[in-house]
Design a protein around this ligand. Structure first.
Ligand code: SF4
Ligand code: SF4
Length: 82
């Protein structure tokens, strides 16, 4: 059976670390990174298996997160060396 592939891309320098996206993620796979973006915030990063539910995309006020599902997600994960 094909795996339900999904991932997110995060435009780190647009993130203001408001954390709205973290509690709404059902599998709780978003967290703040240890590093800082060029605006001085710790950007959100993916730290687990994304289901592609789009909750983070819907809640982010600054359109930082894009969700990719299916073949595009596979491609993105491969590009990221995952
Ligand atoms: S798409 Fe859903 S599962 Fe994936 S990171 Fe966003 S809220 Fe979490
Ligand atoms: S909701 Fe958007 S701006 Fe706020 S922490 Fe998440 S990705 Fe960053």
């Amino acid at each position: 059976m094909a795996k339900n592939l999904a991932t997110v891309s995060i435009d780190e320098d647009k993130c203001k670390a408001c954390e709205l996206c973290i509690p709404v993620c059902p599998p709780q796979v978003l967290r703040l990174a240890d590093h800082f973006n060029k605006r001085g915030y710790r950007p959100v990063e993916l730290a687990g298996e994304c289901t592609g539910c789009e909750m983070c995309y819907l809640v982010c006020p600054d359109y930082v997160i894009e969700v990719h599902r299916g073949p595009k997600a596979e491609l993105t994960a491969a590009e990221a060396g995952a």
